[in-house]
Design a protein. Structure first.
Ligand SMILES: [Zn+2]
Length: 471
């Protein structure tokens, strides 16, 4: 019997190494991986002519429905529109947070799954945003829906916390303690995601800078000292360790935190480190020189060259195990409507730029190799979110989520490539080399050469296996 699809004559990136050959697909699954001559025949054969056959990316950190339009309608719109850029960029699965809401978390997760179904162009998972003590009690019920990741905005207090729907005190250690009790009941891979960035001192420093009339991205970087991140990693990490709950620190920005993680991981703390594309691909002086203003205002801030270099080294040595984007569906109109300090934080959607940036800044500059890149953008996030080996790997039996990367193709980043809401790129005009040219979702070609193929969104919610505590 011929296979449904064969990609041949490529460099296949597998956990066992890089293999000259191809991938055979039957239905939605990978049937075989091996030398091109060993794969047999197929109804459709694609000769990729030496290009890279890479696992579809799993972006663990996005916030659809929380940008220009913070609402369920906004989430529907973002799923329908922004996920086109995910498909073009080779991101075949992603996790998005629920819309910030004090409603029962079970309802929020149900609504999010419904929102993506029939609208998303790629597969998705949901991370439940926990804002209130009531929502903490719902963790086991939410986990039964296959939603095993829970986000805690520990880095916020005062009006910033209230603007997200939290008490003014933010997420306090007692709330996190209660959450760990519930997460321990569910068992791994149920995971606590924290935004670590001590908010009280940050408040003093930001007020001082505003009084001094500063409104630049270097001041923004300096209002959040490196220790603000690591001090919360420790504070919440010791609680998580007590319960044996994996704690995933999102968007690590500082060299100091990576150094500290080396120590904590050696001591057996179940702490997972993520960093984001923006921190790997830019520095505060660079974005300030480009006068990006609010467009590059993310929290924690984009830091300095020494931080960026340490983040890359953290990925290389395995201290940092995942790369996300922390993207939010913002337009420039929204970002430009208020002053520098007033505008909400976050970078806009960058999924279409993710692979070209990581390839150009990582692979081409010798900061990371292909196998490591595959681990941090696909395999590790899939493991952490409990959907490995269904997702995140090129192996027989796994979903046929594949991206063909032309390692020699040069292009220029910019808004002309984007098909979602995003109408600006923080890397506008940046020359890159290494472009995703074909994306397959569960065996179906969904994007080719910068365009979506087929009008119908095929993305599905991925529940994964229920943890032991629930069966
Ligand atoms: Zn985030």
């Amino acid at each position: 019997m011929p296979h449904d699809l064969i990609l041949k004559n490529g460099l296949v990136v597998t956990p066992q190494g890089i293999l000259e050959g191809g991938v055979a697909v039957d239905g939605e699954k990978i049937a075989a991986v091996g030398a091109s001559g060993s794969l047999g025949t197929a109804k459709r054969e694609v000769d990729v002519q030496g290009k890279i056959i890479f696992p579809g990316l799993f972006n663990p950190h996005t916030h659809l429905g929380n940008g220009d339009d913070v609402s369920w309608q906004g989430l529907d719109d973002d799923f329908a529109r922004d996920t086109k850029d995910f498909a073009i960029g080779g991101v075949t699965t992603f996790a998005t947070t629920t819309v910030f809401s004090k409603d029962p978390l079970v309802q929020c997760v149900d609504r999010s799954i419904k929102s993506g179904t029939g609208r998303s162009f790629v597969d998705f998972k949901i991370t439940g945003v926990v804002l209130t003590p009531e929502q903490i009690t719902e963790i086991p019920a939410v986990a039964r829906k296959g939603c095993l990741s829970f986000k805690f905005f520990t880095g916020y207090c005062g009006c910033q916390a209230e603007s997200l729907g939290m008490p003014a005190s933010g997420i306090t250690p007692d709330m996190f303690f209660r959450a760990c009790e519930e997460l321990a009941r569910v068992g791994p891979p149920a995971v606590a995601l924290i935004h670590a960035e001590e908010p009280y001192v940050r408040g003093i420093l930001s007020e001082r800078m505003q009084r001094a009339g500063k409104s630049d991205l270097v001041s923004w970087a300096e209002h959040s000292p490196a220790w603000a991140e690591s001090v919360q990693v420790y504070q919440y990490g010791v609680i998580a360790k007590d319960f044996g709950v994996p704690m995933y620190v999102v968007h690590i920005a500082n060299a100091h935190t990576v150094d500290f993680l080396v120590y904590l991981q050696r001591e057996g703390y179940p702490i997972i480190g993520e960093t984001v594309v923006g921190f790997l691909s830019s520095t505060a002086p660079e974005v300030e020189a480009k006068k990006l203003g609010t467009h590059a205002k993310i929290q924690p801030p984009i830091k300095f060259a020494a931080d960026r270099d340490r983040l890359w080294r953290g990925l290389r040595e395995g201290t940092l195990t995942a790369v996300g984007t922390d993207s939010i569906s913002y337009s420039s109109k929204y970002k430009d409507a208020q002053g520098f300090w007033e505008t909400r934080v976050g970078l806009n959607m960058q999924e279409i730029d993710t692979l070209p940036l990581l390839f150009s800044e990582g692979i081409n500059k010798g900061r990371i190799d292909l196998a490591t890149l595959a681990r941090v953008v696909a395999e590790n996030p899939a493991r952490i979110f409990g959907i490995y080996p269904q997702k995140g790997v090129i192996a027989p039996g796994s979903d046929a989520d594949l991206v063909v990367i032309d390692q020699n193709k040069q292009d220029t980043l910019g808004v002309h490539r984007m098909r979602g809401r995003a109408d600006y790129s923080n890397w506008e005009g940046k020359p890159v080399k290494g472009m995703p040219v074909m994306t397959f979702l569960r065996g179906t070609l969904i994007a080719e050469n910068g365009e979506v193929v087929g009008e119908r969104p095929l993305g599905r919610y991925v529940a994964g296996q229920p943890p032991r505590g629930l069966v």
